[in-house]
Design a protein around this ligand. Structure first.
Ligand code: SF4
Ligand code: SF4
Length: 153
């Protein structure tokens, strides 16, 4: 009983101190950390179709189709099954695939959450933030700092 009263007192104290921790979304735009991992942006102009992102992805989220001259025909990303590990971005030698801070996307079906290269190209930067400018893309962060530089090409 004393425990319940103490927790109620704590709740009332925070309820009456005037501080607000929630926002009225979507009227107010939330602050998102530069390290937040949202939906990807893809640049066909930068991509060299090396397929490293497809190979490194742990759950087959990325699907690349090449023509008979090994030129890229399709780049599909099944965003509904992505775990936002960011390995695709880390492994890409030309920064053609980048996770933005964009979290505002929805779909009614699984198929709605398969983004092709045009859709990925048109993913807007969240609040104009370029994630590569706001975080240091360092591969040593996940391979271990003592392992040194690793060339994935
Ligand atoms: S963030 Fe991870 S799971 Fe998502 S597409 Fe990239 S490698 Fe795959
Ligand atoms: S790793 Fe980069 S360059 Fe290679 S296929 Fe993926 S997006 Fe294109």
């Amino acid at each position: 009983m004393i425990g319940i009263l103490q927790s109620m007192a704590t709740t009332m104290k925070h309820a009456l101190d005037g501080q607000t921790f929630t926002i009225e979304y979507p009227e107010s735009v939330p602050h998102v950390s530069p390290r937040f991992r949202g939906v990807h942006k893809f640049s066909q102009e930068r991509c060299i179709w090396c397929r490293q992102c497809e190979i490194v992805c742990p759950n087959d989220t990325i699907e690349i189709k090449l023509d008979d001259k090994r030129q890229g025909e399709e780049y599909n990303l099944h965003i509904g099954q992505c775990i936002y590990c960011r390995l695709c971005e880390e492994v890409c030698p030309v920064d053609a695939i980048v996770l933005t801070q964009q979290f505002e996307f929805t779909g009614d079906t699984k198929a709605d959450l398969v983004y092709n290269k045009e859709q990925l190209k048109n993913v807007p930067w969240y609040k104009g933030l370029d994630p590569l400018a706001s975080r240091e893309p360092t591969r040593s962060a996940w391979v271990g700092e003592t392992d040194g530089e690793i060339d994935y090409q």
